[in-house]
Design a protein around this ligand. Sequence first.
Ligand SMILES: Nc1ncnc2c1ncn2[C@@H]1O[C@H](COP(=O)(O)OP(=O)(O)OP(=O)(O)O)[C@@H](O)[C@H]1O
Length: 537
Amino acid sequence: MPSPLPPTAPALSRRLAAATRSGISATRAGLSGGRAQFGRIRHHARDMFAPLIHLGRGLRREVAWARAWWKDAPADKRKAAAVGAALTVVLLYFLPFGPLLALGGIMAGAAWMGRDRTPPPPPGPPPGDGRLQAVYNGLVPHLADDHDPAALFTPGGDYKKAFEHHEFDGDRLTRLELRYSPYFTDDDPDARARIERVVEAKAGRSREYLYEWDTENNKLTVAALAPLPGPVPAQHYVTAPCEIVLGFTDATSTNRLIPVALDPADPAAVCQLPPVIWRTGTRTNAPHLLAVAGPAAGKTTLLRTVALQALRDGDVIAVDATGSGDFAYLAGRPGVLRVDTTAEQVRETLTWLRGEAARRAAAIADAKAAGLPVPEDARRPLWVLLDEPAELGGGAAGDLFELLDLPLRLGRTTHISVVATARPAQLDRLHPGLLGETHTRIVLGGMDEAQLYAALGAAPGIAGGEAMPAGRGYARFGAGAVIRLQTPYTPDPLEDDTPDADRRRILDLLPAAGGLAEGSGPGSASGGSVPSLVKSL
Ligand SMILES: Nc1ncnc2c1ncn2[C@@H]1O[C@H](COP(=O)(O)OP(=O)(O)OP(=O)(O)O)[C@@H](O)[C@H]1O
């Protein structure tokens, strides 16, 4: 075997340098380890000998005090003290346990003198002080008013003058109550919006805030809202007949909770969530619904949520004005009277619907006059789902939706509910009857304040937070308060990208194809064939 060649000079110097480097780092590691060990020992020793250290410090202070006294005292006092000390020593010598008592006294004095006398640190500014002052400073340009007798907001002023109450969660402001000048124009939406934007900018934009303007008392309460639960998978909800779960909201916006399975794979894992329930039928004052949302904000998903629940005890007519085939999954299902896509089909259906509303109203009136129960076929819930009907109105189809006027007007007594969707830009083109009679309003996705006002008929009083995802929005019933809404996740089962498990779940929620729906009759069908009820007219 050939013997290995001797290393060259550069190789030797490289090895030497590497060895030196590793030696230095090992020494460094050893030193820092030793230092840490030494620190630990010192720490333990200090803990163990703390009483002795305390007494030692006290004895030192006693001696220092005695020395200082001796130095400053006049001669006659010194003499008296020396005599007193000598007499005490003699007395203690003759007393039983005298020396022991003397030692105990000295030690007790040392324990007292050795106590820690470092003064407690001065109290710092209250937590969140800086943030509150930042909110105040941000509001000064908008709320400062020379005529305000209380001068609540002044440049360089203290926030405590105007802020009556505040709450923090850690360093995050969660509630703020403030007073403002009586001259502030708190009925002007733009002026309010300016204040709200400042609060969001200074208190953190990532959360939504609820603004309550008490215009009578010139007070504003701002409350940070916890995020709503994420989209709930579509399922059978525990509701009464004629109740539709539109989604879920804050626990403070409703006094009801319903059990909800959040994980479809584990139906046993149920939690209680506050629902947004839309009531239809004779006891409601808002039997028709209009959902306004931008593109891909969840309008059709909301209609699917309604359809799945409506088919449990009613009939459905669907109008797909966009021609996107979004209602194809309803084809052949019992209770689905018709799915229309063209203006001609819609005209035919709405003509029938107008007659059906009149027939039901007459049947109900006759039954009441005869003192008989209302016949079943006059009170079976009938749902008309109109996806973006503004696409069909106007032009040749001009008066198409005038046919809806009677069903809309008689909807409450005849159990006919119209659910329409529109994009914000389509609101101007929507049939006035639809706009005027749909008192349940939903908005989904992001919209500007003017659009929100036009859709809801009121400012939501809630602002801020991240961009609204599809399915997140607000609901308003009649003239009630605007509440937050998260609609359930009800994907189209016929869409390619819908996961298999979701597809199966949605199809299982539909009445089994081929069965007969009560009241709809054997001729009932979808996709253009005229339903039996239409034929009967
Ligand atoms: N509540 C929800 N949870 C989760 N995803 C949702 C929810 N609502 C809608 N989506 C998703 O958002 C996307 C758009 O939904 P959808 O088709 O219902 O919106 P759209 O407003 O009808 O759209 P377009 O304006 O195109 O008709 C879909 O991928 C849908 O699955």
